[in-house]
Design a protein around this ligand. Structure first.
Ligand code: PAF
Length: 275
């Protein structure tokens, strides 16, 4: 892959990159379609990165279907797929990690310790291998996006980070490879995430500024659905991810909810009414 990237750069081509863990859905294809606009060559990686999963998480059972992914990627104009095996990315003596100081301390980072260290490390490795001019990430993993943007700034990586809005099913559920884990009943309850965020947006737009009240309303709505267990519901600054007390400027409402054995995340920006 490094040789191929070097060859592309030597012929004056620009490279756009979409990192993924595979098992593509419309959300991934939207990232690729966006990527297509940002480089002469579009490269997609498919790699289920072991170091961003804890022992109790779904690394071993993470869904995959490489043949299907390859044909879907081809259908949206991907030029190259990089699908390394674990040994090629991490040899036995591997010991160098990228760790951000503050951002992993919020939201998903509190219940997934080490997750963002794993993400930042693998994304840095992929950037070094693929040498892209631009890379595309989804807003669904909002904290990941903020972590990557910060890392790119902090380490002076010469890569444009492009974000695209969350792609949703027709009823509002954010697309995720993990949605395939849901039973029919759980799938119904998974709508509580979208409903809670819409409620938050509606309340903020009607003038409710108190973050605690917005969180309480959203949490009550989620708890009313069977099989749900809230990991967190937060209203925070969209850049620092620190909790805010008052939504008097745009704030991020982010949540993680267990639906049965599946942990789902979603987020939306809350906009206050103009005073
Ligand atoms: O968002 C993902 O699929 C992963 O976290 C990423 C960015 C491919 C790193 O493994």
């Amino acid at each position: 892959m490094q040789q191929e990237a070097r060859r592309l750069l030597q012929t004056g081509k620009t490279i756009a990159f979409v990192p993924t863990m595979g098992y593509f859905h419309e959300g991934h294809l939207a990232l690729m379609r966006e990527g297509r606009k940002h480089g002469d060559a579009l490269i997609v990686s498919i790699f289920v990165n072991p170091i961003q999963f804890s022992h109790s998480e779904d690394f071993k059972t993470y869904p995959g279907n490489l043949d299907r992914d390859v044909s879907l990627a081809e259908s949206v104009g991907v030029d190259l797929i990089f699908a390394p095996d674990t040994g090629a990315m991490y040899d036995n003596a591997f010991q160098t990690y990228i760790d951000l100081e503050m951002l992993p301390g919020y939201l998903c980072g509190t219940s997934r310790p080490g997750h963002f260290r794993g993400v930042a490390t693998v994304v840095t490795k992929l950037f070094n291998i693929i040498k892209p001019h631009a890379a595309v990430f989804g807003e669904k993993d909002y904290q990941q996006l903020v972590v990557i943007r910060r890392m790119v700034r902090d380490l002076n990586l010469d890569i444009k980070i492009i974000a695209i809005p969350t792609v949703r099913e027709s009823d509002g559920l954010a697309m995720s490879s993990r949605n395939t884990y849901l039973s029919e009943d759980e799938r119904r309850s998974s709508l509580s995430l979208f409903q809670a965020l819409k409620k938050g947006q509606g309340s903020a737009a009607q003038g409710i500024k108190d973050a605690k009240q917005l969180i309480r309303e959203a949490s009550e709505l989620i708890r009313a659905y069977p099989y749900t267990k809230i990991d967190y519901v937060a209203v925070c600054d969209p850049e620092t991810l620190e909790d805010v007390d008052l939504v008097d400027r745009p704030a991020l409402m982010a949540l993680a909810v267990w639906v049965g054995k599946t942990r789902l995340i979603d987020n939306m920006i809350l906009k206050p009414i103009e005073d």
